[in-house]
Design a protein around this ligand. Structure first.
Ligand SMILES: [Zn+2]
Length: 303
């Protein structure tokens, strides 16, 4: 009897130490004038997070949320105990030649000015498309701005393509294709678990440990519908949810790599510096998902 109790305590402590941990982050936000379901999607995601007792972080972009109505949806996150970071105004790709440092910094500044008064705001910046600069001047110029404005990292460790699965979701929903929606749900969950495991493996290969992860998702219809299923599947696969403040305490988020072009997941960048072979660039993109869609008999889908 005594041994059983001891074993139980031991196995519990081993489990709690070895459980892989992740925080959820949601990018962009929605503009109610463009997306009629915006308020419903926002509400459903927040409800699922509440039901699962998870505190997440939202990185809104002004150009994605529109005017005051969109900002009101963003402010709901802060009121419900989630964090709000800055994802700029114009949602530009810093690696594009036609995006100048001056224009980019002005866009970051406008995001900061709009979001900083919201409850739950934290000085964390999430680079649109996870692109951190294609020249040293741009990369270091933005890093200097972040430093001067006392910003901390808003990086992700697990990159994924939920935005692409959302496009399929919207299409099948419009067609009321329940059979394909059911397959898509499995394909979507499989994709997220696969990416989480891939990036965790990169960490094990380089850092020899599983860090506190941050997963990239978006405020989109697919997550309004299936975030609860995603959370359940991650828990079943041994993942434990933590809040973003806790996740960002991991020292990996203090690392700034001197690579060009800069960006992608922080673990992808670390792996690049370590010389890990066969890293994809960009790390996540639509063509990579065709094999997964075939696995779930969804390959013939045209958007
Ligand atoms: Zn974005």
């Amino acid at each position: 009897m005594y041994n059983w109790v001891l074993l139980l305590i031991l196995s519990f402590s081993v489990t709690s130490v070895s459980a892989k941990q992740l925080a959820l982050s949601f990018d962009d936000g929605l503009n109610p004038e463009v997306e009629p379901q915006a308020a419903q999607i926002n509400h459903d995601i927040l409800t699922t997070l509440h039901q699962n007792q998870i505190k997440a972080i939202l990185f809104p972009s002004l150009s994605k949320i529109g005017d005051q109505q969109g900002l009101t949806l963003v402010s709901e996150w802060g009121k419900q105990g989630h964090r709000i970071g800055n994802h700029s105004d114009l949602h530009q790709n810093l690696n594009h030649d036609d995006v100048t440092l001056a224009a980019y910094l002005a866009s970051m500044q406008r995001g900061d000015s709009q979001f900083k008064s919201l409850q739950g705001f934290v000085q964390r910046y999430r680079f649109p498309f996870l692109k951190e600069g294609n020249t040293q001047q741009k990369r270091d110029g933005v890093r200097q701005w972040l430093d001067q404005h006392h910003y901390q990292s808003g990086a992700v460790s697990i990159d994924a393509s939920d935005w692409y699965y959302n496009q399929l979701f919207v299409k099948y929903q419009k067609e009321q294709d329940q059979a394909r929606l059911e397959k898509l749900k499995q394909a979507y969950i499989n994709h997220l678990l696969d990416r989480a495991s891939y990036y965790d493996d990169l960490a094990l290969k380089t850092l020899q440990r599983s860090p506190k992860h941050v997963l990239l998702l978006h405020v989109r219809a697919i997550n309004a519908a299936w975030l609860g299923d995603v959370i359940t599947a991650f828990r079943q696969h041994g993942w434990q949810f933590i809040d973003s403040d806790t996740a960002y305490q991991d020292p990996i988020y203090k690392i700034q790599l001197n690579i060009l072009p800069a960006g992608e997941s922080i673990l992808w960048q670390i792996a690049k510096v370590y010389g890990i072979e066969n890293l994809r660039y960009p790390a996540e993109d639509v063509p990579y998902e065709q094999e997964n869609l075939r696995r779930f008999s969804l390959s013939s889908t045209k958007l």
